[in-house]
Unconditional design. Structure first.
Length: 411
C-alpha cells in the first residue's frame, strides 16, 4: 500500500535510513528568530478525553531544516492518562503536518518516542529547536507524507511529575499524541499509525504496542519499533548494591531516584544517596544550561558508595517499584521489532532478552535482533525502516518467538 502518492515502502527505506544514520550530524541550530508563538485557532479543541487539545501554538523557533520542509509545525498541550494510577493528565508535544493534499484514506501518522532527555519540566524536546535532536528524522518522514508527532511525556514541558522509566505512562502519552495530531491535522491524518523510539522511547513504543488495542480502538497501530528499549530496569538495584553501576547507569539511576522522590512523597531519598550525590542532588537533576557541565563533572567523581542503598529493605522497595513499572505487562496488539546490543553501557542485554521472552510467552508477535558488538548508541537500526515499510504495505510481520505463530498483521 502506498504511503503517499508515488511513495512506496522501498523509497521509505532509502530516505529514512539516510536520516537515521546522519541524525546526530544534522542537529542544526539554524532557526527562525524574533517571532513569538501564536495561538493556532483552526485545530479541533472539542471534547475532554485523552488526546483532546488544551492548547496549540505555532513554533517560529523550529530548526531551519524543518521549516524548509514546508510543513506546519505546532506545539501542543493535550490530555492523556497516567500509567501509574489511571488519572487524567496534561502532556505537551509537537505535531508536524506536511503541505499538499493527502492521499486517499488520509496520511499515516508516525509517533516518534524520544530517548531520555531529563526529568525536569524544562527538559522537554518540544522546547528545543531540533525537538531533542530529532529534526532530521522528522523531516525525512514529512517528505514521505507522514504526519509526525512527538510526545514530551508526562511532566516534561507541562506541569506535573515525570515518572522516569515508567514505560506505560510514556506509552499512553505516545498514543494520545497521535490523537492530538489528528486534531491538529484537520482531517488530513487517517487512523493508521506506526511508532519508532529508542532507549526510554523504546520502552514507550513497546508499551504503546501493548496498550493501543484497548486504549485507542479507533486507531490502527500497524507496528512499533523498540530500539535498545528500557523495558525492565529493575536490575539497576542489584548493580547499585554491588557498586558496579557503569557511569551511564549511574546517571540514569540518579534520575530514577529523583523522579521517585517527586512521585512518591514517602520515598526516602536519604536511603539511596550520600556523599557527593547528596551534596549535588539538584545539580545532578539538570538536563541543560550552564549547570549541565557541572553535572557531568559531579558524575565523573561519584563513588560507588554514594549510590548504594542503605539497607536491604530500601533496595527491595526500589526493586519492587521498578519491577511493577517493567515491561511486558500484556500481549502487544500489533507487531513489535526489538533491536538491542551486547555492549550497551546502559541496558544489559540479558534484561532485554528476558523481557522479549516474557512478551513472547504472552502471545506477542516479536521480531528481535541482537547485535553483540553494538552499544547503546551504535545499534544498527536500518532494518527497522524496512520492517516498518512492510507493515505499512500490509505485509505479515515475521515472528521469531520460539514456537509461536509465524506472522501477525497490524489492526
Amino acid at each position: 500500500m502506498p504511503i503517499a502518492a508515488g511513495t512506496t515502502w522501498q523509497r521509505l527505506c532509502v530516505v529514512v535510513i539516510t536520516a537515521v544514520l546522519t541524525l546526530t550530524a544534522c542537529n542544526s541550530d539554524n532557526q527562525q528568530r524574533g517571532e513569538a508563538p501564536r495561538a493556532v485557532t483552526d485545530a479541533d479543541f472539542s471534547g475532554s478525553g485523552p488526546g483532546t487539545l488544551v492548547q496549540a501554538q505555532t513554533m517560529p523557533g523550529i530548526d531551519g531544516s524543518v521549516a524548509a520542509a514546508g510543513a506546519r509545525a505546532v506545539r501542543v498541550v493535550y490530555r492523556s492518562t497516567s500509567g501509574l494510577d489511571g488519572r487524567a493528565t496534561t502532556v505537551s508535544g509537537a505535531v508536524f503536518v506536511p503541505s499538499g493534499p493527502p492521499p486517499t484514506g488520509g496520511r499515516f501518522v508516525m509517533s516518534l518516542a524520544h530517548g531520555t532527555s531529563g526529568v525536569r519540566t524544562e527538559c522537554a524536546p518540544s522546547l528545543t529547536p531540533t525537538i531533542g535532536g530529532q529534526a532530521a528524522l522528522i523531516v525525512a518522514y514529512l517528505k514521505l507524507g507522514f504526519v509526525v508527532t512527538v510526545s514530551d511525556y508526562q511532566g516534561l514541558g507541562a506541569p506535573g511529575v515525570h515518572p522516569y522509566l515508567n514505560a506505560k505512562t510514556a506509552g499512553l502519552n505516545v498514543i494520545d499524541a497521535v490523537r492530538a495530531a489528528r486534531r491538529v491535522a484537520g482531517g488530513v491524518a487517517g487512523p493508521k499509525w506506526v511508532a519508532f523510539g529508542g532507549s526510554q522511547g523504546g520502552g514507550a513504543t513497546w508499551a504503546a504496542a501493548e496498550q493501543a488495542g484497548t486504549y485507542a480502538p479507533e486507531l490502527a497501530l500497524q507496528g512499533a519499533v523498540s530500539l535498545v528499549p528500557a523495558a525492565d530496569m529493575s536490575g539497576l538495584v542489584q548493580l547499585a548494591q554491588a557498586g558496579t553501576l557503569t557511569r551511564d547507569q549511574q546517571a540514569a539511576y540518579i534520575w530514577v531516584l529523583y523522579s521517585l522522590g517527586k512521585t512518591y512523597p514517602d520515598f526516602d531519598l536519604e536511603a539511596y544517596r550520600r556523599g557527593a550525590a547528596a551534596e549535588n542532588w539538584e545539580t545532578l537533576s539538570v538536563c541543560a544550561g550552564p549547570r549541565a557541565k557541572k553535572r557531568a563533572d559531579v558524575l565523573a567523581k561519584l563513588q560507588a558508595s554514594d549510590l548504594r542503598p542503605a539497607t536491604a529493605s530500601a533496595a527491595q522497595r526500589l526493586r519492587t517499584i521498578l519491577q511493577r513499572w517493567a515491561l511486558p505487562q500484556r500481549r502487544t496488539s500489533a507487531p513489535l521489532l526489538v533491536l538491542y546490543g551486547g555492549r550497551d553501557s546502559y541496558i544489559r542485554p540479558e534484561w532485554t532478552r528476558d523481557a522479549i521472552a516474557s512478551s513472547c510467552a504472552l502471545g506477542s508477535v516479536v521480531t528481535s535482533q541482537f547485535q553483540p558488538n553494538k552499544g547503546h548508541e551504535t545499534v544498527d537500526s536500518s532494518s527497522a525502516v524496512e520492517w516498518l515499510g512492510q507493515r505499512l504495505a500490509g505485509r505479515p510481520a515475521p515472528n521469531n518467538c520460539p514456537g509461536s505463530a509465524p506472522s501477525q498483521t497490524g489492526r
